[in-house]
Structures are given as C-alpha cells and as structure tokens.
Design a protein around this ligand. Sequence first.
Ligand SMILES: [Zn+2]
Length: 412
Amino acid sequence: MNLPPLTLGIGDRFGHQGQAQLRALQYARAEGIEVSPVWNKSNREHALIGTEPPSLRAEAEEAVTALGWMYPYFVDADHINLKTVDRFLEASDFFTIDVADSIGKTPEPSAVDRLVAKHAGKPLEYPGLSSPILRGPDEVRAAAAKFLCAMQEAGEVYRHIASLKPAGSFAVEVSTDEASAPQTPAELYLILAMLADEGVPVATIAPKFTGHFNKGVDYEGNVGDFTREFEDDLIVLKHAGPALGLPEGLKLSIHSGSDKFLIYPVINRLVKKHGAGLHLKTAGTTWLEEIAAVAASGEEGRRLAAGIYADALARYEEVTAPYATVLHIDRAKLPPAAEVSSWDGARLARAIIHDQSCPDYDPNVRQLYHVAFKLAAEAGTKFTDLLKLHDEAVGTAVTGNLWERHLKPLFL
Ligand SMILES: [Zn+2]
C-alpha cells in the first residue's frame, strides 16, 4: 500500500490522547498542510505498559470517528520482527519491519555474487548529490556483508505478513535506525536494491542518520553533516526508487525520537525543495505532556509526578535499560528527589516541558521522565483518573505540543 506524501508517527503510551493528537493534524489541514497520522506503539511499549495492539486500533478509530476525520490514518506495528509480528497482524495496517539486529550477519556467498552481478555498475551521478554513488563490485560486496542478511530477513517478514493479510491492505516500512552506525547514501541505494530483489514493496525506509536522536530531547550532532546526508538520501530515493522498480511515492522515514527542533528547519526546507514525501516518527512524548499537565493540575497531581521521579531515580537502571542507547542523561546533574518534591506543580512542569528558552527546563529530568512511563503504568488508575479529571488541560497541552512544536516547524 502506498502512503500519503506526509505522515506523522504519533505515540500515545496510555491511549487517552488520540483525539487531542488528531486535533493537531486538523489544525494543520486548516492551514493547508495535509499530514496523515500513524499511531505507533512498539512491542516493547506494549510489554512495559501491559497493552495489546487492538487497543491502539480502537483508540485511533474512536478519535477518527469523534472528530469526523475523513482522511487517511494508519496503525503501526512499530519495530516488529518475525518473532513479534503475529499479535499485530489483525490490528495494524502499517508495519515497521526492524532488521537492525541482522546487520553484519554473514550472507551466503552465492547470494552476494548474484547481488554483484545484478547491481554493480558505474557510479551513479544523480543531479544534486554531494558525491556520486559508488557501486563497483567492491562496494556492492561491502554493502552485502553489512546488509544483505538483514534485507533478506525483511523479505521474510514481509512475505509472512503478506501470507496472512491481503496484498495492498498494509504499508511497509523497513527500519535500520537502531543500527550501531549510520548508513551512507550509497549504502541506502544498495539497501533499496536488496529490498527490490526481495520483492518488498517498501513505502518508507528509516535509515540511521548521522548524529544522535535521543528520546525526547533535541538533536545532537553536526547539522551541516545531517543536511548533506539527508539531501543526498532524498535524491537517492527520488531516482533509485523508480529505477529499481520500488513503489511510487517511496519516502524517507525519520525515527526522530521526538523533538529534533534543531534540524526541523532543514527537513522542512529540503522536503519542499525536492517535492519529497516524509514520514516522521515521534516518540511517546505525549506522555510527557500528560505528566507535566498532571503535575501542574493541583496537589494530588504534583505529588504523583514527584513520586514517579523519586521512584525513577531509585530504579534508575531498570527504567533506563531498555533505552540505554538513545538516552543522554547526565546522572550527576539529576536533582535529588527531595528537591523535586519541594517544587510546586508549575515548577515541576517547567522542568519537563521542552522549552529550551525556559531556565527551569531540564533535559536530564525530561529524559528520566520519558523512560519512567512504566512507573505511571504501575500507578494504574491513580494516574489515569487524574488524566480523566484534567482531560481538558492535558488535551490542550498535547494538541499544542504537536501543532506548535512539531507540525508548524516541520511543514508550514
Ligand atoms: Zn526506530
């Protein structure tokens, strides 16, 4: 299935903010920005919160009905593989096939030979590329050594899904963003060639980009390097997609980890310049809007939020472990629990909310809260009752965050 040109991946760990999220996309439509929502929740998040994939489908459909949304929307089985895909099959129409773990596995020599025979050739000089795509036999062999097994596995996962769901009823994303090293534009080209050989109708592809995409905080890295790489990737997709027989509208996917404000202007400019599509996946920062709004809502909320912070500090290893590679917390700078619980609710909210111009904003505190959602899940109805009690304030924060901090700078 093809995707609309612009899609935004939105996470909602607790499943209460579907309407508030969709409202932000309605604001965008009112301004002429046609972005379609993709509700995403990974296997890991379902496991940590104790939810099942159909709950995400139900949330999406409820929001779509309540707001009279007449445009496309999707439900993403986020970061699945052959082991985890099955429970997502029924509820999802978008599958993010994650093959990063198979990068670097040694491929069959005969498969490498076939790849070289088919795809080695003279350098590709697409207009605008910062340097030609080299695809001599050596380059193809080197790319095969890294990626061929992974892309064969993507083929296997795709065929498994396609054996159980009608062709054309779901969109395919292939992700390598959780690899240890970024993929170059030349590697992206050869990855696409491998996917084409596997017959994977990839609609969007998520490479690992240069720089750090830590959860819920801004981009860390060289913006100039990112700019060059991102534009080269766009050019590769524009030309190589059709040449390799991949689906029309193939586009890049950025697994942003949310809030990469520093590179949003670059993305905005280059997507427009190349008339490209884009899928931008945010992380579950809706939860941070929820906990900040709850903290500011009154004494009960403040106490719950401060308590979650204290627990997260006490269980630091446990809550950070699943996200270790995508966090950059300076542990020594985390304020002690007693200090945080001495703050009033508004002060605590300001530490969490991602406003870099605010002196109280604290990226360490924000990141720790980001991964502490499991502790809010443990608080159960104590937390969700507060969400319901303050749903207007929480919803306003969720909508405002997506619209003002994300959709506007990315697409307006
Ligand atoms: Zn990802």
